[in-house]
Design a protein around this ligand. Structure first.
Ligand SMILES: NC(=O)c1ccc[n+]([C@@H]2O[C@H](COP(=O)([O-])OP(=O)(O)OC[C@H]3O[C@@H](n4cnc5c(N)ncnc54)[C@H](OP(=O)(O)O)[C@@H]3O)[C@@H](O)[C@H]2O)c1
Length: 322
């Protein structure tokens, strides 16, 4: 089968389209014929081994998992031993697992869920990682709460706006001028254009701040919260943290301060699960979560798709079709 493979860390130039052996599903796994995948910040972080600190668990000399891509939507081609009833050959499924920029991917059955019936494979492939991040970060939001999302126009951000609105929150997004209308169109009540306005100086305070950029200090973010408000830290790019700690700078601060603060400082770890995929399916099927796709690339051009997302200025999700 064809797959996008890397042997060492580096820019998207290290990625190669190669012919590799088609995987065989082990006990408790299924083999999915991938129809579409989508790009996440995690793909370029792993591709580059960025920040260096992360190589402790990603692999020291190169990534342990050589095939890039995480999100998949496709059709079950084969089921391994012990998989019965839950998923059958021919089922249309989606989920998150390493190795999705390929024609086939093997997936533990507990990480596979049926694809939302109203979505195409391309649309469904945008949901698993980004949707799970937005859902995990905001699922506890209460009706009427004020929520601010920094980075509202990216892959996670546009889903976060919709999920916060589905929770009946009053939502403020932060993005640049060219994305203001897009963020409004998915439901944001207010939008700050960071090119003209410093949202940390508006005088507004929020019950929940969801940071998807990592470009503001811990003090600035906490000053935006009510005394018992919640700050959800997702990481962000290596804007100010440098390649050693990168997005971990705020995360480490958040973990250190969490037990001393009345405000809730949450370091987000969005783990894939069948339950979260089911929640995303329900949101999609009820029309509360509508995927927004900026561009679609064929598998052969997956390196270009990653280059685009790595620019940190993708508008919505970038899809790769296999
Ligand atoms: N902890 C976790 O489990 C987890 C999971 C997934 C993602 N994440 C993190 O969440 C972050 C967002 O992911 P993503 O997939 O949404 O990334 P993305 O699609 O690459 O986000 C790009 C967006 O960021 C916006 N942006 C860039 N600079 C900005 C700034 N200074 N202020 C506000 N917005 C800015 C861009 O808008 P403009 O072009 O308008 O600037 C663009 O729309 C990533 O850094 C990722 O590492 C964490």
């Amino acid at each position: 089968m064809k797959a996008i493979v890397q042997d060492r860390y580096g820019s998207a130039d290290v990625l190669q389209l190669r012919e590799v052996e088609r995987p065989v599903p082990a006990a408790g796994e299924v083999l999915v014929r991938v129809r579409a995948s989508s790009v996440n910040a995690a793909d370029w972080h792993v591709m580059r081994g960025d920040p260096y600190f992360a190589r402790l668990f990603l692999g020291w000399k190169g990534p342990k998992t050589r095939i890039r891509g995480r999100d998949f939507a496709g059709v079950v081609e084969e089921v391994g031993p012990g998989v019965s009833g839950m998923v059958q050959v021919g089922d249309e499924v989606f989920g998150e697992v390493e190795g999705a920029f390929a024609e086939y991917v093997r997936v533990p059955v507990h990480l596979v869920a049926h694809k939302p019936s109203n979505l195409t494979f391309e649309q469904a492939a945008t949901l698993p990682l980004a949707g799970n991040t937005a859902w995990t970060g905001l699922r506890e939001v209460q009706a009427g709460q004020k929520v601010l999302i920094n980075g509202a126009s990216g892959g996670v951000g546009l889903m976060a706006v919709q999920i916060a609105k589905a929770r009946k929150a009053v939502v403020t997004g932060v993005c640049s001028t060219r994305n203001v209308e897009q963020v409004r169109s998915v439901g944001a009540d207010h939008v700050f254009d960071y090119r003209t306005t410093d949202f940390t100086r508006s005088g507004q305070i929020y019950d929940v701040v969801f940071d998807l950029v990592g470009n503001r200090s811990m003090a600035e973010l906490r000053a935006l919260l009510t005394p018992d408000g919640t700050l959800v830290l997702s990481g962000g790019g290596s804007f100010t943290g440098g390649v050693l700690f990168g997005p971990y700078r705020l995360i480490i601060q958040g973990k250190l301060l969490a037990s001393f603060s009345r405000q809730r400082l949450v370091v987000l770890e969005a783990k894939p699960s069948k339950e979260n995929l089911a929640a995303l399916r329900e949101l999609a099927e009820s029309g509360k979560l509508v995927p927004v796709i900026e561009r679609t690339y064929p598998l052969t051009d997956a390196p270009d798709a990653i280059r685009h997302v790595e620019s940190r200025h993708a508008q919505a999700k970038v899809v790769v079709t296999a």
